[in-house]
Design a protein around this ligand. Structure first.
Ligand code: NOJ
Length: 520
């Protein structure tokens, strides 16, 4: 059996919106601990937790002021340790989020940098530069809107590819490199099974800091020749981290958040002595269309196979519009999301489930402006609605907000109609999204082909995707808007699961996927 991370289904816990134990309206680590039985019963293999470290929360915890502790809002260091222990007792692995591209502006290093003069050792850990006259050093833009430079009292500017409260570190600096190696060891010593690496394609910057040229944006997947995304120098960092993780027992792992346009460039991060896996954003970005989905799968598999790395399929996360809404919303969005789940969970490699997708939650689009907290919304003055709509706290039970999220309120309001989407409500309904995910994950754990079988495409009509995973298992997806006949290969095969009821003779209605056990 290959190591767990090559085929794991990993549940993304967005801590502040998962479960609140103390009634302050913000989810926390004791809340996560209390819901571990839910994750075990769902059938996932591991959880990835978004950052819970001490942080002023200028970017929901991606502005870290202490990498070795827990923010009091989310609990205490002992809660993180207990969470690892409890999860392991339930047979679940645990991945923490590592944020190496930038710290918080309240990190002691940045405070020291502000207090120290230009040219000092303190400033050298960050990217301070002189401006061009009264202008910033170059035209780089923040991914959250506005420029990527902020001027300090003595006239120098510092770089922040995200919010001004997230100053970028200088990864050519030895102290920076050593500090992060030590942070890795701190958590590995406490038993964490791996790390999700934030902005893994962003650590190195062109030392000349040239202006962004035509077609070189800050947001969106990186294209070749970009001055601050996907530079070759980042790979050295990951080679040194891999040497550390390999020194620990028990298959510790890294998953990179790497937004690059070319799957072959992505694969470079997954060479055998670098990161283990990366999120597959090509798949996430593909429209619900058979040709586009197949291309995303093929291109990814081809590039990753060349370096011996497994794929990890993703449909949603805390940065993108929830896929029920992305795929059209309403009943259509839900049908497609159900079919997409069976597609994703039948592909070779690992998969990520973002909390709430197993409940079929849609994006919340009508949040009041004064409650929105995403810096993207604030820095673009609302032109970009930002990511709060996919971060609304989970509905667990009951008929009114906060739907069992915690004993108090919820930091973002939950729609009243989520009463029919609660975990409790769906758990007893065999036709619910939750029941579909539970069944699919149960089969995934018991059908060996789903873990180890190679992908083989089967001939199928234009809107249909059909593939096997070795001789025994077949997945068919009708992504079109007309019913489609199932391919010959599944005539007489046993239907294992379908995303919605099939028609007579095994006809697949529009936006439906089915899994079959095909006897030889
Ligand atoms: C990617 C994270 O997923 C996102 O939420 C965050 O805003 C940026 N990196 C900056 O850390």
């Amino acid at each position: 059996m290959s190591p767990w991370w090559r085929h794991a289904v990993i549940y993304q816990v967005y801590v502040r919106s998962f479960a609140d134990s103390d009634g302050d309206g913000i989810g926390d680590l004791p809340g996560v601990r209390s819901r571990l039985p839910y994750l075990r019963d769902l059938g996932v293999d591991a959880l990835w937790l978004n950052p819970f470290y001490p942080s002023p929360q200028a970017d929901a915890g991606y502005d870290v002021s202490d990498y070795r502790d827990v923010d009091p809002r989310f609990g205490a260091l002992a809660d993180a340790e207990a969470l690892i222990a409890d999860a392991h007792a339930y047979g679940l692995r645990v991945i923490f989020d590592l944020v190496p591209n930038h710290t918080s502006d309240e990190h002691p290093w940045f405070r020291a940098a502000l207090a120290a003069p230009p040219g000092s050792r303190e400033r050298a850990r960050y990217l301070f530069r002189d401006g061009r006259g009264s202008l910033p050093p170059n035209n780089w833009a923040s991914a959250f809107g506005g420029r990527a430079w902020t001027q300090v009292a003595d006239g120098q500017w510092y770089l922040h590819l995200f919010a001004p409260q997230q100053p970028d570190l200088d990864w050519t600096n030895d102290e920076v490199r050593e500090e992060f190696r030590s942070i890795l060891r701190f958590w590995l010593d406490r038993g964490v099974d791996g790390f999700r690496v934030d902005v893994a394609h962003g650590l190195a910057k062109d030392p000349e800091m040239p202006d962004l040229g035509a077609g070189q944006a800050t947001s969106g997947p990186a294209v070749a020749g970009h001055p601050h995304w996907d530079l070759d120098e980042v790979h050295d960092v990951y080679r040194s981290w891999r040497r550390i993780s390999d020194g620990y027992p028990g298959d510790r792992t890294f998953v990179g958040e790497i937004w690059v346009a070319d799957p072959a460039r992505l694969a470079r991060y997954l060479r055998p002595d670098e990161l283990h896996t990366a999120f597959n954003f090509t798949f996430l970005l593909a429209p619900w269309e058979a040709g586009a989905l197949r291309r995303a799968v093929d291109e990814s598999m081809q590039a990753l196979t060349a370096v011996g790395a497994p794929a990890t399929w993703v449909l949603s996360n805390h940065d993108v519009i929830r896929h029920v809404t992305r795929y059209g919303g309403g009943a259509t969005g839900v049908r497609r999301a159900r079919a997409a789940a069976l597609l994703m969970l039948a592909l070779p490699g690992g998969a990520y489930v973002y909390q709430g997708e197993e409940l079929g939650l849609p994006e919340v689009t009508d949040l009041p402006a004064e409650l929105r907290q995403d810096p993207t919304f604030l820095r673009t003055r609302g032109a970009d609605p930002g990511r709060d709509g996919c971060r609304v706290p989970l509905p667990w039970s009951g008929t009114a907000p906060p739907f069992g999220f915690g004993p108090g309120t919820a930091w973002l309001p939950q729609p009243a109609e989520w009463a029919r989407l609660t975990v409790d409500r769906q758990a007893g309904d065999p036709a619910s999204m939750l029941s579909l995910y539970r069944s699919a994950l149960r089969h995934r754990a018991t059908v060996p082909a789903l873990t180890e079988g190679p992908l083989g495409w089967l001939p199928a009509d234009g809107d249909v995707l059909a593939f096997d995973r070795g001789p025994g298992f077949v997945c068919v997806v009708n992504a079109g808007d007309r019913p489609a006949a199932a391919p010959d290969r599944v005539r007489g095969a046993r239907l294992l699961l379908s995303s919605d009821p099939l028609g007579g003779n095994g006809v697949l209605p529009p936006d439906t996927a089915a899994w079959y056990i095909a006897e030889l």
